[in-house]
Design a protein around this ligand. Structure first.
Ligand SMILES: [Zn+2]
Length: 280
């Protein structure tokens, strides 16, 4: 077991031809997985997805993510309040998130960011919480995870503003922005995490961004239960499906699945500092 931890690119124990994958963003606590959460996790592990990060969107879901991480060695938590839910959060909720962020089962802060598509939360409040998450990331020395929907200029402006205070340690989750936004994010030191969206036919431009991003700055994710990749598109997504996104990206980059699995898993382990003594 310890050997695996030191060498994330070694073959998966249950299948010597399969390499370990890391789903950096899923919502395992959601109702979509009720009654079969354990099966979903086991299916993922059987497909080589030995590490999954369950992301909170509210205090309640962050607490559930931490509980899952405590009982499952393949799962760790990210805690925070999603921009769409800041409007319903109590001020006490934020204090609880700050406390929770220090838990050893928590490897990051989020998801945070800006969402002008749904616009549930007034933008000023979204910006306030976005800043709070980044400050918390500095305080606990754990990375932050950014959600950005229809708000690229505002997101970049805030990231730039915060980067003038202190270097940023963050990742853009399910990156779906332009090549220019990708370049700016990389310049600011962020990593880009790609989801099933790069497998969709009409997203050639996005696949191009994923194809040309530096290999040491990319990760893969499902955002399960959302954004199922082709050929599962339209169905409920789950962490096991991250391999389809890996396949499309490996083909686009003209490298082997094994090499891309090794690279993205190594990147994610280093970025989130997955605790080697307790992994798998
Ligand atoms: Zn998400």
């Amino acid at each position: 077991m310890a050997l695996l931890d030191r060498q994330p690119s070694t073959p998966h124990p249950q299948n010597p031809t399969m390499h370990e994958l890391f789903d950096t963003h899923c919502h395992l606590d959601e109702d979509a997985f009720a009654h079969e959460r354990d099966d979903v996790i086991q299916r993922a592990v059987a497909c080589g997805v030995t590490r999954m990060l369950s992301i909170g969107t509210t205090l309640a879901s962050s607490l559930r993510a931490v509980e899952l991480a405590k009982v499952n060695p393949h799962v760790r938590a990210i805690v925070g309040i999603h921009p769409n839910y800041c409007v319903t959060a109590a001020e006490d909720d934020w204090a609880a998130i700050c406390e929770l962020a220090r838990d050893e089962h928590v490897l990051g802060v989020g998801e945070t960011g800006l969402d002008r598509y749904w616009d549930h939360t007034p933008i000023e409040q979204q910006l306030d919480y976005f800043r709070r998450h980044i400050e918390l990331s500095w305080q606990v020395s754990k990375p932050f995870v950014v959600h950005c929907r229809d708000a690229e200029p505002e997101t970049l402006a805030l990231l730039e503003e915060m980067s003038r205070i202190q270097p940023l340690n963050g990742a853009m989750h399910s990156f779906a922005g332009s090549a220019e936004t990708a370049a700016k994010c990389l310049e600011l030191g962020l990593l880009l995490s790609f989801s099933g969206m790069i497998t969709y036919k009409r997203n050639e431009a996005l696949l191009n961004v994923a194809r040309s991003a530096p290999l040491d700055r990319i990760m893969i994710e499902t955002d399960a239960p959302y954004l199922a990749p082709v050929p599962m598109r339209g169905k409920r997504n789950e962490p096991a499906h991250v391999r389809y996104t890996l396949g499309v990206l490996a083909d686009a980059r003209q490298i082997s699945r094994e090499d891309l699995a090794a690279t993205t898993t190594t990147n994610a382990i280093a970025f989130f500092q997955w605790p080697t003594a307790k992994a798998v």
